[in-house]
Design a protein around this ligand. Structure first.
Ligand SMILES: Nc1ncnc2c1ncn2[C@@H]1O[C@H](COP(=O)(O)OP(=O)(O)OP(=O)(O)O)[C@@H](O)[C@H]1O
Length: 446
């Protein structure tokens, strides 16, 4: 009954107006629904989260969710959830419902904290986009989306190419929504973040008792979680060759065999891949399988960098500021100089960088955002992304009056962006920074 309700549009809209976060798991502990407040708290859009196994959701959420999965006793109890990278806990109430005396759905309810930090962390993108997480209108990208939707409908696999932060993920999600429907699963897998030893179990799932440490119940993998919807394989160019062979087999026959299982299952999933590497070059260098390349790249689509549609920048900036102002107590206005520098900058980090710049202005400026509120590399004048005078960054960071924690964060973010731009893959950027890939991906989403 509740499971059916979760699919009902009216009920979903009702849940979305609640301030309290709601997450519903099915009997297998897979996520079936989460409302807007829960999206904000976890940092995951429902089109990504629904269909995830609870472990997968927990691994990707900024809020540790494991306590919601422990224990099968029917009834309700309180559990504490911790932020992954912040001190502090949230009290959640967990209700395990029963069907014929056996545990069935579990519903978690909690009040997301409204601290300034949580607001700044979770909301910059949402507040700039306003319209849920639909892509901001960009004339240059419209034909790409139209073309992509047609490819989805005719089941021709798309390979999205483009620099980091151009919006490949955002566009694929939009194509999925238009071609398949937002109520169907959309499973986003970052290939560079799955360890080689776990790849098969994560992707194809496993049967009960398949290996030491496996869940007694077994676990469906990403492919099965995306059944009826889209499996988005991001950073496909970082997939090691042993994994490439296994993926190729699935793409050829559409069947999976969970680890420890004896039977093959056929799964109906539309697979879309993306990379910021030159995959054709990798094929020439034989680091990427040619047969797999042709399977995934029936239609290669390149998402252009922001600097190639500079004429749309003023409109984009104005839209973002206007959206932001709908949620601000005091309207934010850009000084003429600040606006000029924003329009002239070349955004090597693309949309992600632009969103970061506006988030920074929101945080630092009360009413009028001036050049002094821009990131140091944009303050140098003369436009472009030329670095400013060598001592300026350090001075700015040391004296800009923000609390130490914010300055450290801004500095960390800059180092991360630079490393991602310099390295051929995010895995290599993570290595250069001495952090693991999961941390890098999480920090990039903040
Ligand atoms: N058209 C758009 N409208 C609104 N936001 C966008 C748009 N394009 C990108 N973004 C935002 O920019 C950020 C980066 O976008 P996205 O993750 O889609 O890029 P990507 O090309 O997949 O990056 P990467 O290669 O690093 O995975 C996200 O916060 C996303 O919400």
């Amino acid at each position: 009954m509740l499971l059916d309700l979760c699919q009902d549009e009216g009920f979903r809209q009702f849940c979305d107006v609640l301030n309290e976060a709601v997450i519903v798991f099915d009997e297998e502990k897979n996520v079936v629904a989460l409302n807007k407040a829960a999206e904000k708290a976890t940092g995951l859009h429902r089109s990504i989260a629904c269909g995830y196994s609870a472990e997968a959701l927990s691994a990707r959420s900024r809020l540790g969710l494991k306590p919601l999965l422990a224990g099968d006793a029917v009834g309700h109890r309180s559990v504490m959830l911790r932020w992954r990278d912040e001190p502090g806990e949230i009290a959640a109430s967990l209700h395990v419902l029963s069907k014929s005396g056996l545990p069935s759905l579990r519903v978690a309810l909690f009040q997301p904290p409204a601290t300034a930090l949580a607001r700044a962390k979770s909301d910059t993108t949402q507040r700039l986009l306003r319209n849920d997480s639909l892509p901001l209108y960009q004339r240059r990208l419209e034909p790409l989306i139209e073309f992509g939707v047609r490819a989805f409908q005719s089941r021709r696999r798309i390979l999205l190419l483009g620099e980091t932060g151009v919006g490949k993920t955002t566009l694929v999600m939009q194509m999925h929504r238009q071609a398949i429907g937002a109520d169907q699963p959309f499973v986003h897998v970052n290939c560079s973040s799955i360890s080689e030893s776990l790849f098969e179990a994560e992707m194809f799932g496993y049967e009960r008792g398949a290996f030491t440490g496996a869940l007694a119940s077994g676990k469906p993998g990403f492919i099965e979680a995306a059944s009826g919807g889209t499996l988005f394989l991001d950073e496909i160019g970082d997939m090691p060759s042993s994994q490439q062979a296994k993926l190729l087999k699935f793409l050829e026959d559409g069947c999976i065999q969970p680890v420890g299982g004896v039977r093959q299952k056929s799964v109906d999933v539309f697979v879309v891949c993306a990379t910021n590497r030159d995959l054709a070059e990798d094929v020439r260098k034989r680091t990427f399988r040619e047969d797999l390349y042709f399977r995934i790249a029936m239609i290669p689509l390149t998402v252009p960098p922001l600097r190639e549609y500079r004429d749309e920048l003023p409109g984009l900036i104005d839209t973002m500021i206007a959206n932001l102002n709908l949620t601000r107590a005091r309207r934010l206005v850009l000084s003429a100089d600040c606006r000029r520098r924003m329009v002239e900058h070349s955004y090597p980090g693309n949309m992600r960088e632009l969103i970061g710049v506006i988030g920074r202005l929101d945080l630092l400026a009360d009413e009028v955002a001036g050049v002094e509120h821009l990131p140091p590399q944009m303050q140098g004048g003369g436009g472009g992304d030329r670095p400013s005078a060598p001592t300026r960054d350090a001075e700015e960071e040391a004296t800009d009056g923000r609390p130490l924690k914010q300055r450290v964060r801004a500095y960390e973010r800059r180092l991360i962006d630079e490393a991602v731009r310099a390295a051929p893959s995010k895995r290599q950027a993570a290595r250069a920074l001495g952090i693991d890939i999961a941390s890098l991906l999480r920090k990039l989403q903040e």
